[in-house]
Ligand binder design. Structure first.
Ligand SMILES: [Zn+2]
Length: 203
């Protein structure tokens, strides 16, 4: 196996980055070492992606960039540092050179992430508006339903986030994606569950 295959099968970008000193928080986010990053903008797991400077790649790309190495030297460095054996004779031509399918550009990935966050927040906004009327207390002494409270608390904030996505400049939007990416995934899961439950009741 070439050093590229060995790296791909044995270590993630995150393991490699942590080995070389990157601090990753509980949400899998880290301060990007490739730009002047004050709050964690880099999502890192099997691969890394920075919402700030749009740097991305796998373990080999990370090490190549961090130490200013070519891909082959980077892969060999990882193998050496992690004690991984590779076939020294058969890695003359880097296997990464063969294109499998056209890769998405950083800009496309960013747009996709943005579209996803926007869709989920729109959905959530609709749901909150519905809750605000459907779960409004019917009499003055009725206790507030949690959905009603959530609607009151969140609607303005969600509207602000949607406005930012529509009209904000690129750095505001990138910041929003890095700040709310995880939360939006949780919201999506929750909305899906709520809709499934509602569908189940109709039957
Ligand atoms: Zn960055």
């Amino acid at each position: 196996m070439s050093p590229f295959d060995v790296v791909r099968e044995n270590v993630t970008a995150r393991q490699v980055a942590e080995y070389y000193g990157l601090k990753v928080n509980r949400n899998g986010m880290a301060c990007c070492p490739f730009h002047d990053d004050r709050s964690p903008s880099m999502k890192i797991d099997n691969r890394y992606y920075c919402f700030g400077c749009l740097a991305k790649g796998d373990a080999v790309d990370y090490v190549a960039r961090l130490f200013g190495l070519g891909p082959k030297d980077a892969a060999e460095k990882i193998c050496a540092d992690f004690g991984l054996a590779y076939d020294r004779d058969r890695h003359g031509s880097p296997p990464r050179a063969k294109p499998i399918k056209p890769k998405k550009t950083d800009e496309q990935l960013f747009k996709e992430a943005e579209r996803y966050v926007f869709m989920v927040l729109c959905d959530y906004h609709d749901m909150l508006l519905k809750w605000k009327t459907e779960y409004a207390p019917k009499s003055p002494d009725e206790e507030f339903h949690p959905y009603f409270i959530e609607a009151l608390r969140e609607i303005d904030h969600v509207e602000y986030l949607l406005d930012t996505l529509l009209d904000g400049d690129i750095s505001d939007r990138a910041f929003l994606l890095s700040e709310y990416g995880k939360k939006v995934q949780d919201i999506e899961k929750r909305l899906r569950r709520i809709k499934e439950l509602a569908a189940g009741c109709d039957r």
